[in-house]
Design a protein around this ligand. Structure first.
Ligand SMILES: *Cc1c(COP(=O)(O)O)cnc(C)c1O
Length: 387
């Protein structure tokens, strides 16, 4: 019997099993260290013959509970938590990349991932070439000799959705490892490991947390790969997810399938309304295409549109009341951010300029306030900002 992925996700997150005091919610094991009942126990543990938590930089039961659920959701046999999505991205990459290696990366990735490639990694003699993820032939041409194919699909400014299974198969044929940033789709709508991707990365600060109250990340994949990150990177870089953050993420996961379905319905309706709006010249939302790429089973609340010349974009953003001006996304609240801020951003290489994110692009995150109220908010702001 095949289980619908949303249903599978609901089953995985619905019950936490038995905890101390029959608590329905797992405890926050807020401790830095764990003591041993005896010296023999300590020696067995240090020799690797016994598995138990020793020190929370390396392992903690609340963090492990989150990691186990993420592995189950992504249909992998292991996962490791990080204190941010960027720590997950850099941790996964640093574990497998060395000086002289070449990365093939899809265009329009998360701007700070781009800055990691063009800043720190470039300085360590790691080069990155950028390709159109919708053009497998162009990718095949640059894969020979590469170490890593880095994907983000759908990506978070242009919302380009790629055929992840085809790209993963292509990379495998060339012996190239694959990683994907799966933050946009969540494991409810896309399980890239089932499509052949080696490592699946999330900014858990987005839908997985879901309440805009935690910054965290996770990497899921085959045990052999995740354990390599766990052994070679995490203890020494020290980027470990904390128990309270893991507990907030476990709380967020319980409603993930329901939340993403609500974001999906609202955002799709608003995107369709915007297509017909006279002040909108283009809408970037994967759900507007005739069909989604294979393996992408639904859409979420983040999309973007391009505004007509006669819309004053700053005035439009200021006029919105329910959509707050802010970065990030994935929480209950609706947000707006125009691409023009990425052009004035002082930090590092500028992704919007280098990657051609359209100048008149506005990104929306559609929260859970209700579709009609959000549409009224948008139409009123368009009226105010029309020149
Ligand atoms: C936010 C984000 C990240 C980075 O995650 P943090 O938790 O902020 O470090 C990575 N990828 C995408 C697509 C994001 O939106």
């Amino acid at each position: 019997m095949t289980i619908d992925p949303a249903e599978r996700a609901r089953l995985i997150v619905a019950h936490d099993g038995a905890h101390a005091f029959d608590a329905v919610v797992p405890p926050i094991v807020q401790t830095s260290l764990f003591t041993f009942p005896s010296m023999a126990d300590m020696v067995e543990t240090y020799a690797g013959r016994k598995s138990r938590p020793v020190y929370s930089r390396v392992g903690n039961p609340t963090v492990s509970a989150f990691e186990e659920k993420m592995a189950a959701l992504e249909q992998t046999d292991d996962a490791i938590g990080f204190p941010s999505g960027m720590a997950a991205i850099s941790g996964a990459i640093l574990a497998f990349i060395k000086p002289g290696d070449r990365i093939v990366c899809v265009r329009h990735v998360y701007p700070d991932a781009y800055r990691l490639f063009e800043g720190l990694l470039k300085g360590w003699d790691v080069s990155t070439v950028y390709v159109d993820g919708g053009d497998p032939d162009a990718i095949a041409a640059v894969l020979p000799g590469a170490k890593l194919l880095y994907l983000e699909s759908p990506n978070s400014w242009m919302m380009e959705a790629h055929d992840v299974g085809t790209l993963a198969a292509l990379a495998r044929r060339h012996g190239v490892m694959t990683m994907i940033d799966n933050s946009w789709a969540t494991p409810v709508f896309q399980q890239p490991a089932t499509l052949g991707v080696d490592l699946v990365i999330h900014s858990a600060s987005k839908y997985i947390g879901g309440h805009s109250d935690v910054v965290a990340g996770v990497v899921a994949g085959r045990h052999e790969l995740v354990d390599h990150i766990r052994r070679t990177i995490c203890p020494y870089i020290g980027a470990k997810l904390a128990p309270f953050e893991a507990w907030l993420l476990l709380r967020g996961l319980r409603t993930l399938p329901e939340r993403v379905r609500a974001h999906e319905a609202s955002a799709l309706t608003l995107a369709r309304h915007l297509v017909a709006h006279p002040l909108v010249t283009a809408v970037h939302h994967p759900g507007l295409a005739n069909r989604l790429p294979p393996g992408l089973l639904g859409t979420t609340g983040l999309f973007s549109f391009e505004a007509h010349e006669s819309l004053d974009i700053p005035v439009f953003c200021d006029a919105l009341k329910l959509f707050k001006i802010g970065v990030s996304w994935g929480g209950h609240e609706s947000l707006v951010v125009p691409a023009l801020v990425t052009r004035v951003q002082a930090a590092g290489p500028n992704s919007a300029v280098d990657f051609g994110v359209p100048e008149r692009m506005v990104r929306l995150h559609v929260g859970l306030e209700g579709t009609n109220a959000l549409w009224s908010d948008l139409t009123a702001a368009f009226e105010t900002a029309k020149r």
